[in-house]
Design a protein. Structure first.
Length: 556
């Protein structure tokens, strides 16, 4: 084992609680002071197939996985066949003796799951608790820590799960050393949970969503916690209804957000156009997955960038944010709410399966950038004009019922009072007004730390990254001596801060999980051309070692 680092692979069939086992293992390592990241890999099946997760704990923040692991926890033989080669020398194998019988007795720790479950009269679904108990003993984790984590992580039947885990713990023997670190314990959340927290911190009042991976768990989390956070959660009949109901709520003064993936986003684009011309604030969380069409429903990609940039007919004013992990997802989701309501535009938060369904350690307090006070939303003299032309392009935002006034919202070209017009002068004036908002926003985002620099910040060879490739690029950049330049605000393009981050870079390579280097093509519009692109588009993320190998080939 590397000092201050541990990596665990847990594998089995769909329906055997692999995700739950990974989450509890991540919480266990976090309780010991590690900063953790969990990657979950599963096919679009309810039962069968092969599911696995990788849980990695380190001394510092982490958001990428490695090729090799210190421990393999296998609930079936298929997991051994697929992942045994990933074990480091001296690594530990833990397997279910009910499903793995031949030839493994001298090569790992056998867990007699059926006997343990029978002794405790426990259901089959608790097999994963037995495996976690055995892992804890093999890793040298004291029982008290296991007990504390189980009681916090498992709200139902914690005592029975602990009895099952305890039997396996007592039967196993210590092989590894996973010591407690002298660091404070940090919260561990999924990216979707972090997005939910950010939306709430940004003032979310109602969330509309239709189940679609990888965003379904955002809907489920907000529904489960709706009373705690005083957020209403609604599942309409379609993604079209989702976005239109959100716009109706915003028109009435209720802060709303929606979540979807590529197929649902297709159906929302007309609503995004409506939000643009009607100047209605809304936040759309777009969780990318492998396309086109249904594609790989449960795997990741960064292939919807240009779709988001061009969503909606006409020149739709919008803002696009791209977090790199759960911490940034929380911060940028809150910022998205602020921008949407300050500028009265649709704001898109670009996530993906890796972020939305992965788990990450996050800091206890988000660092949410503050917007400047904007002119244009003060109470004007005279009758209320919903689309009053102001110096900032931002009209006063009022909601019905309005004493002494009418709030007219219109999807057609309209005059300042919201009445439909086809006059050329007013058509151009309203287009100029909407673009003026974007000019003001373009200036403001430059002061919101829109571009992050990682890896070796002084290197003259740069990596262009965005979104979920944050951590794998940072680790590869540190190892190879490369500067990582990563915009967090995609549109409007942060030209000033991007130029500052790129100062001194003589060669640039893009790293993306799509087949056409979408961000590299986008950056070229602003004069930044890559010498080469390292792309992966099989639905899986880069591992650190894999990216290092590919970069060495590309740069040599």
């Amino acid at each position: 084992m590397a000092e201050g680092e541990v990596s665990v692979i847990i594998g089995g069939k769909a329906g055997e609680g692999i995700s739950s086992a990974g989450q509890v293992t991540a919480q266990l390592l976090s309780y010991l002071g590690y900063r953790v990241h969990m990657y979950l890999d599963y096919p679009s099946l309810i039962k069968g197939g092969h599911n696995y997760c990788v849980v990695r704990g380190t001394t510092g923040y982490v958001g990428a996985i490695r090729d090799k692991a210190d421990c393999l926890v296998a609930l079936d033989k298929n997991s051994i066949d697929r992942h045994a080669r990933s074990l480091l020398p001296g690594g530990a194998l833990i397997y279910n003796a009910d499903t793995v019988r031949s030839g493994m007795g001298n090569n790992g720790t056998a867990v007699h799951v059926s006997a343990i479950l029978s002794a405790e009269t426990a259901p089959e679904v608790m097999a994963n608790s037995a495996m976690i108990g055995a892992f804890a003993k093999v890793a040298g984790i004291v029982w008290h820590d296991v007990e504390e984590v189980f009681r916090k992580a498992l709200m139902k039947a914690a005592d029975l799960n602990l009895r099952v885990a305890g039997r396996a713990y007592r039967e196993a023997s210590n092989q590894l050393s996973v010591p407690r670190l002298n660091q404070p314990v940090l919260p561990v959340v999924t990216g979707n949970e972090a997005i939910a927290l950010g939306l709430i911190e940004g003032g979310l009042e109602v969330y509309y969503g239709y189940p679609m991976s990888p965003m379904s768990s955002l809907l489920h989390f907000l529904a489960k916690t709706s009373r705690d956070f005083h957020v209403r959660t609604v599942q309409p009949e379609s993604e079209i209804a989702v976005v239109l109901m959100a716009l109706g709520s915003a028109y009435a003064g209720t802060k709303a957000a929606v979540g979807t993936s590529g197929g649902g986003f297709c159906l929302m684009t007309e609503g995004i156009s409506l939000a643009g011309i009607a100047e209605i604030p809304v936040v759309i969380v777009l969780g990318q997955r492998t396309g086109p069409s249904t594609g790989l429903a449960t795997y990741t990609a960064q292939s919807d960038l240009h779709f988001a940039l061009n969503a909606g007919q006409g020149d739709v004013p919008k803002c696009i944010l791209a977090p790199g992990d759960a911490g940034e997802a929380r911060e940028l989701s809150a910022l998205a709410m602020d921008i949407a309501w300050a500028y009265q535009i649709p704001v898109i938060v670009l996530s993906d399966k890796l972020i939305s369904e992965g788990m990450f350690s996050i800091g206890p307090e988000p660092k949410i950038p503050a917007l400047r006070s904007l002119v244009g939303n003060e109470e004007p003299e005279g009758p209320y004009l919903r689309y009053r032309i102001t110096g900032s392009g931002i009209s006063p935002l009022r909601f019905p019922p309005l004493a002494g006034g009418i709030v007219r919202v219109n999807s057609h070209v309209h005059s300042e009072d919201g009445i439909t017009t086809e006059e050329p002068e007013m058509t151009q004036a309203m287009a100029d007004k909407r673009q003026k908002k974007m000019e003001v926003l373009s200036r403001e985002i430059e002061d919101l730390s829109p571009v992050a620099v990682g890896g070796d910040p002084d290197a003259i060879t740069g990596l262009l990254a965005w979104g979920s490739n944050k951590w794998v690029c940072n680790e590869a950049g540190e190892q190879l001596g490369l500067r990582v330049v990563r915009p967090k605000i995609i549109w409007p393009f942060p030209a000033r801060e991007f130029a500052s981050a790129m100062k001194g870079v003589t060669e640039l390579y893009a790293v993306e999980t799509n087949e056409t280097a979408q961000f590299a093509r986008y950056a070229s519009l602003f004069g930044y051309r890559t010498k080469g692109n390292v792309l992966k588009y099989d639905g899986r993320p880069f591992t650190v070692e894999e990216l290092v190998r590919e970069l060495e080939k590309a740069i040599s």
